[in-house]
Design a protein around this ligand. Structure first.
Ligand code: SAH
Length: 434
């Protein structure tokens, strides 16, 4: 087998868990491998480090497939990897009706993402290493997960860095364009063909549930309190009813719920969770008409339509305009797309994050909450917090951090693989300083 010798004076990233070898780290290659071939990665002295797949046409020259010298990269290799990943999800998640089953490098399958939407799998192949082994990969998925169909969504520009063309379409069995899934007990219609990325973002599952406690407890702020009515229920207990300042009984069962603004809603996931946990009214906004159309159907599917307003707009403009009008919400949620796709884009991204967070926190009623996220890998956690703090300074707010996290359990992170730590999610309580 071809041997790839690494330079002596390189950073020991591979030994620290990072499964990529860059062209610049290679000393020499012994053998004449074809693109995609399995090779042995050895250190400068020839000691075995790992087995990987080579791509001479990519900056990422070799991607690690196994640390076991005796492991052959065949269909049973894929079946073992997929089974492990699947067992892990079944252990970690309450419900595996819908989840990320394979998260690339973090599941030791470099450059493959597999999302499960009920009985349909959506696959993304991002590396040549996996592209040349796609038949084994797909057959292994069929054998282990037994789906009804597998649909490919390899319509991502990073494939070009590997010398691969974008591609989409059915690769196995049958798959309807729209699939219904359940997450956190909520039903969603996911468009696997036209939806963004694979159709849905699973990384915020736990974070969506984390907004639960923010959704109730707001009635008192509006002057509504529970008062004894003088009536007794069947068990002989006094019946309490919500009453406003003028003594009028409030009929709305969500009288104690939050008023919520969700920007960058995609298909409405935070909105659905807000409603589930008792929000009184939610404004659900996205720039994409298709996303809001789907969000509306999802809200209807769950019986929340009377509590949600939909807006198709640019969040930057909408937030600014609402500040100008003096609008307020109890909870403002911001989950924008990655503003910094490259390192060079970070300064511009900081301005973008500052803008939406500044206006977002201005729209929060005193004592309410700002729920904010960044999925830009290049936006480091410390920098993200600095930007938020900077916004708080300008907005004359004191922020109290009450929740800080990253992606959910079906997106595990390998220590040493920086690229895996992309999602930042925070909940801040917002108080006025002025
Ligand atoms: N919160 C969602 C994911 C959001 S992805 C979830 O949990 O699933 C980012 C969303 O922002 C996309 O749906 C995209 O259409 C939308 N978007 C991008 N730019 C926007 C803008 N300027 N204003 C409003 N929405 C925008």
């Amino acid at each position: 087998m071809t041997k790839v010798f690494l330079r002596k004076n390189r950073k020991k990233r591979l030994e620290q868990g990072h499964p990529w070898v860059y062209q610049t780290e290679i000393e020499r290659i012994e053998g004449d491998p074809q693109p995609g071939d399995a090779v042995e990665i050895v250190n400068h002295a020839g000691h075995f480090l790992a087995k990987g797949a080579i791509n001479p046409n990519s900056q990422i020259a070799v991607r690690v497939l196994t640390y076991n010298r005796d492991e052959t990269i065949d269909q049973s290799f894929f079946e073992r990897r997929i089974r492990e990943a699947w067992v892990f999800r079944q252990r970690m998640l309450e419900d595996t009706n819908a989840c990320r089953v394979i998260y690339g490098e973090a599941d030791f399958l470099p450059g493959v993402v597999v999302d499960k939407f009920a009985d349909v799998l959506v696959i993304q192949i991002l590396s040549l290493a996996m592209e040349v082994r796609r038949n084994e990969l797909i057959q292994a998925l069929v054998n282990v997960i037994r789906p009804r169909g597998i649909y490919e969504r390899s319509d991502v520009p990073v494939r070009e860095l590997e010398g691969l063309e974008q591609r989409t379409g059915l690769v196995w069995g049958e798959a309807p364009r729209e699939v219904e899934i359940v997450e956190n007990g909520l039903r969603y219609i996911v468009d696997i063909v036209e939806g963004q990325k694979t159709g849905y973002f699973f990384d915020q599952r736990e974070n969506r549930a984390a907004i639960g406690p923010l959704m109730t407890g707001w009635g008192a702020d509006r002057g509504i309190t529970l008062q004894p009515t003088g009536e007794l229920d069947e068990q002989g207990k006094v019946v309490y009813k919500p009453v406003d300042k003028t003594g009028k009984i409030i009929k709305n069962p969500f009288w104690d719920g939050a008023e919520v603004l969700e920007c960058f809603s995609h298909i409405g996931s935070f909105t659905l969770n807000a409603c589930k946990y008792g929000a009184k009214k939610v404004t659900c906004l996205d720039i994409s008409e298709h996303a809001i159309e789907t969000a509306k159907r999802n809200v209807t599917l769950n019986g929340f339509l009377h509590r949600v307003d939909f807006v198709v707009a640019n969040a930057f403009d909408y937030l600014r305009e609402q500040v100008r009008r003096g609008s307020h919400w109890d909870v403002v949620i911001l989950d924008p797309p990655a503003f910094a796709k490259t390192k060079a884009a970070v300064p511009g991204a900081c301005r973008g994050y500052k803008d939406i967070n500044l206006n977002g926190m201005k729209l929060v009623r005193d004592g309410g909450f700002l729920v904010t996220a960044s999925c830009s890998f290049h936006m480091k956690p410390e920098l993200f917090r600095e930007v938020i703090q900077d916004a708080a300074l300008d907005a004359k707010k004191i922020l109290r951090l009450v929740h800080w996290s990253g992606a959910g359990k079906d997106h595990p992170e390998i220590l040493g693989v920086e690229e895996g730590h992309y999602l930042k999610f925070a909940i801040f309580e917002v108080r006025s300083r002025a």
